[in-house]
Design a protein. Sequence first.
Length: 394
Amino acid sequence: MPARETVDAILRDLKEAGIKKRTIANNYGCFYRSLREQDGEQELDADSVSSFLIRIYGGDILHTPNSQLSRREQTIKHAFSLLLDYQESNVLPELFRPNKPLTEYELGILDKYIRYCSEEGNTQRTLQRKSGSIKRFLSANDLHALAPSVIQAFLHSFRGKNAYYLKREMDEVKKFLAFCTCQGIIESDLTFMFPSIKATKDSTVPSVFTKDEIRALLLHFLERDSVNRLRDYVMVLLMAVYGLRSIDISHLHLSCINFENETITLTQSKTGTEVCHKILPHVGNVLVEYILNERADSTSTLLFLKSNGDGISSKTVSGVVRNGFLASGISIGARKYGSHSLRHSVASGMINEGYSIFTVANVLGQTSAATARLYARIDLSRLSECALEVPVHE
């Protein structure tokens, strides 16, 4: 089948599967349309895709291990791997098919498990995460039709995900299935099929960006043509200047901004810690401009709103940052480029200016020394001073 027909078909099926329009455009459509325009009449196979990627992106992305690819290149590889799989079968993988709504029975079991976890001392945030993981599992699988093949397909659906996410999702589902077995809800214990994955969230050096790269990112938001130009610029500016988390940006209220005292005061959603920042002149000016000229007219007290006056989610905030990095022309390489990279970049800048890691942690509202030590990995210049000379044996 010519590439043009396969591209048209997969984009149609992705839309019918309920995938968001922006997700299709950013992760699939932008790559597929280039193939369609340049090689649309050619037969689609691995060799033609590989040749196209070499010609357009300068490398055989399709056959390069993920560990050697940047985040964007991994996205490109995933998109074209999916296209080739679709060309063979003419159907999307199970992961993309619409999930069934949970039955009252399944919701009852989930509620019972969440109550059990709450009694075990899990925090509200942890309970929400557990609930989300289990809902995703149940919406794709029938609890009373579980079999080794079903679990194997579930595990296979996580192909390409990072180790930490993989471990977290599998652990939650494994614990839920163990609970169901103990309660007699399911007969067979299938937890033995879940592999043991060793992954630590903070085991790597945090991704950071230089001041020049942050400047380029902010300039991109300031100069782009968008109905939410000022809103997005202010959100990214607050994260780049003060290191705020995306969830705190989405929960920020007008009452948090005190122009008379020139302060921004908020209670962090993750830690419950109150932080107070001085409103710098350039931050205050653009805040006023956004509130007066672009913010939707709404009864909501939230600072950042959609065009219709509704609040925005932390995922929306993170998406704004990610899309900004991709569109700004900044060379991302293998670095992560979500909203949290701006928080790490603030820490990196302070450390490079001579502040201690504990001062940095205090400014960012961290509550534990263990978290503070994470920032020590950023200060590579000082860590190099601790290096010992390699002994020479003659």
